[in-house]
Design a protein around this ligand. Structure first.
Ligand code: ARG
Length: 289
């Protein structure tokens, strides 16, 4: 990207225009198995993955958000899941420390992208696994922090101190929902979609105490990645949605846009995983969009 482009990117963010980071699936594939969805014998179809990704990008842009691109890199098939790059808060980018060695090569790529564009790049302590906006999601003023399968519970205290925000750790209980963004999706500062089956009783109660409106997905809806949505204002982009859940969201003023993202679900990711909000994950800010 040119120097002018860089300035534009940071200007968009300062203006708080909804902006997301995406990575084209040019080197995407199922090359290893690090979650129960992945099966190297059930590879992704490259042309279909390209079409599905392009449609996601077009839909995001048509709904008024800007898309920034980080280039694909050979042998980093999961780089497409930019939600795991790190966590963006204001002009700070907290990079990820991936749990699995096969994804650790992504961090230098993402850190460099942010550093070159003027973000203040912070690295977590080397001994704390942290997988970015896959596990750390704002709903209102609270940063919900999912841990167990990827990020580690001790990361929550470190993050709270660094950012000066309240961080609420919630344990994930089902390995199919290994990242928080596979089972919890903030919609604005006081509403979220949730699959209760992915949490233990304590975590669920903590979320219920903090989020006034929880729209529940059932097991079948969760398996269709209904909790992994890109939210732009009152528009919700996702893989698929049942008429029941679409009605429920519609009743609260949210329009749903099902796109079909089968090739990415083979890797355990969907719409939200393929994006990272550059204007901040704070739902409180989205509400002002
Ligand atoms: N195959 C990737 C992994 O297991 C998928 C990541 C999905 N990303 C997300 N934010 N949930 O790490």
């Amino acid at each position: 990207m040119t120097a002018t482009g860089d300035t534009e990117a940071i200007t968009l963010v300062l203006k708080r225009k909804p902006t997301v980071l995406m990575c084209p699936p040019d080197h995407y594939g199922i090359e290893y198995e690090i979650n129960p969805w992945m099966d190297v014998k059930r590879g992704a179809v490259p042309e279909l993955a390209q079409r599905q990704w392009a449609r996601l990008r077009e839909t995001i842009e048509a709904l008024g958000a800007a898309v920034e691109i980080v280039g694909a890199v050979p042998h980093l098939p999961d780089l497409v899941f930019t939600a795991n790059a790190g966590l963006v808060v204001g002009n700070t980018f907290v990079g990820s420390n991936f749990r699995h060695a096969v994804r650790q090569g992504e961090s230098p790529v993402f850190d460099a992208w942010f550093a070159e564009r003027g973000w203040n790049v912070v690295r977590p302590p080397a001994d704390i696994y942290f997988e970015g906006a896959g596990d750390a999601l704002f709903c209102g003023e609270t940063l919900f922090f999912g841990y167990k399968f990827r990020s580690q519970p001790r990361g929550h205290a470190w993050l709270g101190e660094l950012l000066g925000v309240e961080v609420l750790p919630v344990e994930l209980a089902d390995d199919r929902y290994y990242h928080l963004d596979t089972c919890f999706c903030p919609l604005d500062d006081s509403a979220a979609i949730i699959f209760p089956g992915a949490f233990d009783e304590y975590g669920l109660k903590a979320i219920r105490d903090r989020v006034p409106l929880l729209i529940e997905a059932d097991a079948t809806e969760a398996e269709a990645f209904c909790c992994n949505a890109v939210v732009i204002g009152r528009d919700v982009i996702l893989n698929d949605i049942s008429p029941r859940l679409a009605d429920s969201l519609g009743g609260h003023g949210f329009r749903t846009h099902p796109l079909g993202l089968s090739e990415f679900i083979k890797s355990g990711g969907s719409a939200k995983c393929l994006t990272l909000r550059l204007d901040g994950e704070e739902a409180a800010a989205w509400a002002k969009d």
